[in-house]
Design a protein around this ligand. Sequence first.
Ligand SMILES: Cc1cc2nc3c(=O)[nH]c(=O)nc-3n(C[C@H](O)[C@H](O)[C@H](O)COP(=O)(O)OP(=O)(O)OC[C@H]3O[C@@H](n4cnc5c(N)ncnc54)[C@H](O)[C@@H]3O)c2cc1C
Length: 584
Amino acid sequence: DLFTKATRTKADERDLRQSVFDFIIVGGGTAGCVLANRLSAVSDWKVLLVETGDDENIDYNIPGVPTNEYRPILWNYRTERNGYSCLSRPSGSCEVKTGKVLGGSSVTNDMKYTRGSKVDYDGWHNTGTLASLEWKFENLIDDFKYSEDNGDYDILMNSLYHSRGGEMHVKKFKYTDRYIEVFNGAFSEMGLRTLDINTNIPEAVVNNQFAMINNTRLSTNSAFLKPVRHRKNLTILKGATVTKIVINKQENTVDGILYEIEKGKERPAYVKREIILTTGAINNVRLLHLSGIGPKIELKKYNITTIKDLPVGMNYQDQVTTGGLAFVMNDVAPVTEEKITNDFKTWFQSRSGPLASRGINQVSAFLQLYENINAPDVELALDGNYIRSDKYLLTNLTVHSAEEFNLPLPYYNLVNIHPILLRPKSKGRVLLNKRNPKYGRPVIQANLLKETEDLDTLVDSIDIALQLLDTKEMKKAEVKFAPLDLFPCDRLSNRDQWNCIARHYTRAMSRPIGTCRMGDNSTESVVDFQLRVHGIEGLRIIDASVMPSHVRGGIFAPTLMIAEKGAKMILKDWKENKGHFYNR
Ligand SMILES: Cc1cc2nc3c(=O)[nH]c(=O)nc-3n(C[C@H](O)[C@H](O)[C@H](O)COP(=O)(O)OP(=O)(O)OC[C@H]3O[C@@H](n4cnc5c(N)ncnc54)[C@H](O)[C@@H]3O)c2cc1C
């Protein structure tokens, strides 16, 4: 095996002993940091966490600063061109950007804490499989609550769903502005009540809760990893990319990993108990395929020996929205550089002021469009943007420039209304890069809006969003429809026009899931309901990729929950079951 081959002399052996761990966590992202905390809490377990990215920088933690544009801390991927979505985006494809930094996408996301709906979790449960009972909503509430530290008393009062004392502090921002009030008022006028969306309700206007403490972003790195970094049994390897999971082909057990700090120079680390893969729904696919786990037919194309034929990469799903629907506020005073500089000083000195907020992003409306289930279909998410007045008086402001962040989030005179399809039906797949499977960007055949039902739902919700303009609140505030250049949809009207806009100006939400979905058989799923890879001893996957479907919310809170549940499963297996990992 890997270890025997590498230990030719006594000195080799001594060095290599240092590289032997009980658990290796591959990926220090949202789930990876939670797992590093929970597993290293057992002092006689030696734990290694390997992450491609580096540490967070304080700038990323200012709530008003959009980190999803900082290319150095992102995996910048794109969907493959197709005939039905992203048609007028650059290269006819949509961007998919996830975090490449300790804390992963919890450093680059919008910080919103939404859990999703009971109906979708219950759909993960398979009546024929006892183990899947664990994933019914009623059995997940405690896993959500375990790491929760809710800072809003009105929300905390509902103790069935919420609790205090965990590592993940969530709270609403105190800072508000005129248009937050206007949009809130307009949604209320349309009949939506202000409610906590995390209590399994179908519709509401929501003053979102965010992952933050003291008006500072709280990533899973800050919440779970930093407080335990001193633990002697925890090794954190930053700037290291895992390139292979080494599997003993005779026994189908894991030996360890190969990782690179410098491109092309692979180093080994060995594992005694388990490897836990948490590199997210896109990078997991590349790593598993390169390690011989994936669809045989795909691996054959690259001369990779198949160790286990599994549908890794299939069932890719992302939430989807469209650009093109924007409102302008004509009486916003010009923002000066001096004001912004002072606001940054205020945030650094007292963690307050406009930058201690996410501007209009704080408001969302969840809509149930069809009556058959008790769950929302669409979230109307609001994104503020500042367009210099000389520009927006012109009629040819492009959808792209309306969406590009020019200033931090709290300064805006234009609001993009993004209707997010929360439970898309369209599915795609992720494959290795054809020319450069090891280092090249994986191919993402996202198939966004392939199913016409998805397009219909998006467009139905736009009809509702447009009703905002008829409310007294909006009229009083003189909020108007933004004149965007909608080429090539400009000659169309009504529903035809919105269908065209959605197909041309599609946006992938960068919330990828499903490529290593859980299930009870190796034809349709990659992991079992204990998150163990079918047929490989000692390998678990614990991140958003195991979700069989979207759950009508974001996926940050669900990923935290999955990590907590996965950690509990590992502790149970190795403590109560005396170290037995059995999944054949
Ligand atoms: C721009 C944006 C905004 C979002 N906003 C929200 C929101 O407001 N609310 C919400 O609920 N959800 C939101 N999401 C989604 C959500 O935050 C993430 O999808 C979720 O956190 C994913 O967690 P994960 O653990 O699966 O993956 P990640 O957090 O992405 O972690 C994967 C980690 O693995 C590392 N890695 C990858 N490959 C390797 C390798 N080979 N070797 C070593 N390390 C590797 C990565 O660098 C990364 O740190 C948003 C996502 C994005 C991108």
